[in-house]
Design a protein around this ligand. Structure first.
Ligand code: ZN
Length: 230
C-alpha cells in the first residue's frame, strides 16, 4: 500500500498495472483509492496524476460511506421490513431467516467480520434473487415487459444492467433500499429492454412506469450505497 497526503488528509492507495490505455482512479473508502494504469507507467507519472486530481478525490471520497461492521449491526432492513440480526458463534455456519418473527440468525464458526460477511452474503444473495424475480414478474404483468435471464452480482458501482439479449443483472444489495427505490431500479433496467440509451425518450418512458422517477433517481445517486452492508 502507498500513502499520500492530499488537502491535509492521508490516503492509502494500491496500484494495479492493467490492459488500460490511461490511468484510472477508483475511490474505495473515505481515505483510500485504487489506481489502475497501463503497464510500465512510471511512479512519478502516477503521483502527478493523483495530485492533479486531489480536489476531486477529497471532495468525493468524503461521501463514501464507511464499511459497516456486521458483528455490531443489530438489525437489517430488507425492502422496508426490519429484521433483528443475531450473530452467534457456533460449530457450523448457517443463516436462518424467520419471516414471521422478523429475525435473522447468523450462526458462524469463525467469529470474525470477514467470515460473518461471507456467510451472510451467501444466504442473502439467494433471498435477493427471489425478491427481485418476484417483483420483476409483478411489474411485467402490470406493464407487459419481456425479459430473459435474471442474475445477481456484487458490483459496488452499479445497481443493475440490461444486456442486448434481454438478460437482466442486479446488485444483490438493492434489497436494503426502500421498496420504492428498489422498484425504480428494476423499472430502469426493464425500460432498457426497449430503449438502450439514456436519452430523453428513455426517461420519459421510465416516468410513465415510475411517477417519482426524478426523486428516486436522485436518492439512489446520493444515498444508495450508504445502505450496502458489504
Ligand atoms: Zn441505464
Amino acid at each position: 500500500m502507498n500513502q499520500i497526503e492530499l488537502n491535509n488528509i492521508i490516503f492509502t492507495y494500491s496500484i494495479e498495472a492493467k490492459k488500460v490505455r490511461s490511468i484510472r482512479l477508483k475511490l474505495v473508502s473515505p481515505t483510500s483509492f485504487s489506481i489502475s494504469c497501463p503497464k510500465f507507467t512510471p511512479e512519478l507519472i502516477i503521483k502527478k496524476f493523483i495530485i492533479s486530481n486531489a480536489d476531486w478525490i477529497t471532495k468525493h471520497s468524503s461521501k463514501i460511506p464507511k464499511p459497516k461492521n456486521i458483528l455490531d449491526l443489530k438489525s437489517l432492513t430488507i425492502l422496508d421490513r426490519q429484521y433483528q440480526l443475531l450473530c452467534l458463534k457456533t460449530q457450523k455456519d448457517s443463516v436462518l431467516i424467520f419471516e414471521s418473527e422478523q429475525k435473522i440468525y447468523a450462526n458462524i464458526s469463525i467469529f470474525s467480520e470477514s467470515h460473518a460477511k461471507k456467510i451472510l452474503e451467501k444466504k442473502l444473495r439467494i433471498m435477493a434473487l427471489k425478491l427481485i424475480k418476484g417483483e420483476l414478474r409483478h411489474l411485467s404483468n402490470m406493464f407487459s415487459f419481456k425479459y430473459n435471464r435474471v442474475t445477481v452480482r456484487n458490483q459496488s458501482s452499479r445497481y443493475g444492467s440490461c444486456s442486448s439479449r434481454g438478460n437482466l443483472n442486479f446488485n444483490w444489495q438493492i434489497i436494503f433500499f426502500p421498496t420504492e427505490k428498489f422498484r425504480h431500479i428494476l423499472l430502469h433496467e426493464l425500460t432498457h429492454l426497449e430503449i438502450k440509451n439514456h436519452s430523453k425518450t428513455f426517461w420519459n418512458q421510465l416516468s410513465l412506469y415510475d411517477p417519482n422517477c426524478k426523486q428516486n433517481n436522485l436518492w439512489l445517486k446520493n444515498e444508495g450505497t450508504k445502505h450496502f452492508i458489504v
